[in-house]
Design a protein around this ligand. Structure first.
Ligand SMILES: [Zn+2]
Length: 383
């Protein structure tokens, strides 16, 4: 993997870059659509490509439970399995273990938890997360971390930090060992897989600084800021990014996990963040909520019943080129599956258009005058 810095913004820490992986290049700042179970809900890889997506995220936790990493591996790895032959990233499973599963039990070596699907006991360790992500075969894997809740006591935060740092070292050793192994199956193992570390620390600047110092000393090819957008509130999130991003190596990609709204992305870009992911485009799309530059639209609203206009004037997506607001409202009214697909497609394209605007503004040294979509006021929904 190679990360090139192409342009540094004159008025902020924002930068234009290009990340090159074995499956293609990613223009940064970049937004990753989320394909939780190796599928971006309702959208085909062809739709994602046409919408401008360059990299998709998949969730290790979900894929380890179903269909299991060996099955994905047998079917050729994530790209071949999902039909998305471009860059992919897998998270470590840490976030879902701590947010979805019941009955977590920590020990120094890992965590044992109850599957949210059938209640069976599952164990995840740094080594096991590396083994699973290696079998899944994404271009970028993430170190297994402990992601504590936003409002946890300081002892819990301290323990999570200690674990995250210790586990990152184990993940790095295990990842290097796996990558060095010769191919053992009938398809090319991901010898080009890169491992990113995740800086935790809640909203405590001292903990963030300690975690960043320990992890950057290990010389990972990229760094994520994790544990944000978990209920800490916008201001504390931005303060934490501002305190953490400058501590990460300037010549390596910085990835803010699970963020977010267009306004949050713009602020984080200005603080030097290069990569983002969020379920918002598809989750909102499935619920008839459309993002536009004028604000968020709720398509179930009766006022759209006979509206002949596209979702958003000027949008070049397939949905806006072919369908009216009235038709989209009808699809949701009668629960046709095409409705969630079309609005998800528009939303995914909307986020790619927003990232393109951000990248162009950085190139033009015009980021300071760029305003986030919908800032003038939501059409139908308050944020
Ligand atoms: Zn559109």
């Amino acid at each position: 993997m190679e990360f090139q810095l192409l342009h540094q913004d004159a008025s902020s820490a924002a930068r234009r870059g290009r990340l090159t992986t074995a499956h293609g290049t990613i223009d940064t700042p970049a937004f990753m659509a989320v394909g939780t179970r190796a599928s971006v809900k309702g959208l085909t890889p062809a739709m994602l490509g046409e919408a401008g997506c360059q990299i998709i995220l998949a969730n290790t936790y979900h894929l380890m439970l179903r269909p299991g990493p060996e099955t994905v591996h047998t079917l050729g790895g994530l790209q071949k399995f999902s039909g998305w032959n471009r860059p992919m990233l897998t998270d470590s499973g840490g976030f879902q273990v701590f947010s979805l599963s019941d009955l977590r039990a920590f020990d120094p070596d890992g965590v044992t938890f109850k599957s949210h699907i059938d209640g069976s006991l599952v164990r995840l360790t740094p080594q096991e997360s590396m083994r699973i992500q290696h079998l899944l075969g994404a271009d970028i894997a993430m170190a297994f971390d402990d992601c504590p809740p936003a409002d946890c006591p300081s002892e819990r935060l301290q323990a999570a930090m200690d674990r995250t740092i210790r586990w990152a070292k184990i993940c790095k050793d295990e990842h290097e060992r796996l990558v060095a192994q010769l191919p053992t199956s009938n398809f090319q193992l991901p010898t080009s897989q890169s491992l990113f570390a995740i800086v935790q620390g809640g909203t405590d600047p001292a903990q963030r600084a300690r975690c960043a110092a320990e992890l950057t000393a290990l010389d990972f090819p990229g760094y994520a800021i994790g544990g944000l957008a978990v209920g800490e509130g916008h201001d504390r999130m931005v303060q934490t990014i501002a305190a953490t991003a400058p501590l990460l190596p300037a010549h390596k990609p910085r990835y803010l996990m699970g963020v977010g709204y267009p306004r949050d992305i713009l602020e984080a870009v200005k603080l030097g963040v290069d990569m983002f992911d969020c379920v918002l485009p598809t989750r909102n799309g499935r619920n008839a909520l459309a993002f536009t530059y004028q604000g968020t639209m709720r398509l179930r609203n009766a006022k759209y019943a006979t509206d002949p206009r596209p979702l958003e004037a000027g949008c070049d997506c397939y949905c806006c080129r072919h369908f009216s607001r009235g038709y989209l409202r009808h699809l949701f009214s009668v629960q046709e599956m095409l409705g969630p697909t079309l609005v998800s497609l528009h939303n995914v394209r909307f986020f790619q258009r927003w990232m393109l605007d951000i990248r162009n503004a950085i190139n033009d040294n015009a980021l300071s005058v760029l305003t986030a979509p919908g800032e003038a006021g939501a059409l139908d929904v308050e944020r």
